[in-house]
Design a protein around this ligand. Structure first.
Ligand SMILES: [Zn+2]
Length: 204
């Protein structure tokens, strides 16, 4: 059961990683974005966000807005859009990332901005809101996201090798033929115990 779950999670991680790489390659041709905003509840804060993938980067943005009571501000939406990447989008996206400020390193951006268009507040938005942005390059996601499937696959291969060695009477640690040996592997010194039906060498 546990192994079944481990394999299932491992396969899922590999599929997820492949999807991530495909999305990363796709981002150079297609600008994808998905967004959601909570329907308006009078007097309560609205929240929403979107994720977009374009020109080698992924951006997540989410916001909190107080209900200002204005009718024009009461639309909510759920949207997915895909547009062909415009020739100058990469540069525009880089400029935009820089303009966010906050923490910036190797293409990673973590930013929090507060807007209040009312007198005395920060300009740049038509409504008061707090906006958070996270931008991560696709290559970094692929590298980071590949660690788990990679570790899982190495574990699977190691397990298979151990099972093969056990079944063929070889030392589990170094692969030395133990059929003529007792207790210890003459090659690496590993203890082993014979069990019925394992071809000679058992686990230590
Ligand atoms: Zn050995």
């Amino acid at each position: 059961m546990c192994r079944w779950f481990g394999n299932f999670a491992g396969v899922l991680a590999v599929v997820g990683w492949i999807a991530l790489v495909v999305l990363g390659i796709r981002s150079y041709w297609v600008h994808d974005s998905w967004g959601y905003e909570r329907p308006v509840v009078p007097g309560e804060k609205r929240w929403g966000g979107n994720v977009s993938s374009a020109t080698g980067t992924v951006e997540a943005e989410w916001w909190l807005r107080p209900d200002t009571g204005e009718a024009a501000d009461r639309e909510s939406h759920f949207a997915h859009s895909a547009n062909w990447v415009k020739p100058d989008l990469a540069e525009a996206r880089r400029d935009y990332a820089r303009s966010l400020g906050g923490f910036q390193l190797c293409g990673v951006v973590l930013a929090r901005r507060e807007f209040d268009p009312r007198p005395g507040g920060a300009v740049g938005s038509s409504m008061p809101q707090v906006v958070r942005n996270v931008i991560v390059p696709h290559w970094m996601l692929a590298l980071g996201g590949g660690i788990w499937p990679g570790v899982w696959w190495m574990g699977v291969r190691q397990r298979r090798l151990r099972e093969y060695r056990k079944a063929h009477g070889l030392c589990v640690a170094c692969g030395y033929d133990l059929r003529a040996s007792e207790e210890r592997c003459p090659e690496c010194g590993r203890h082993f115990a014979r069990t019925k039906g394992d071809g000679g060498a058992g686990t230590a």
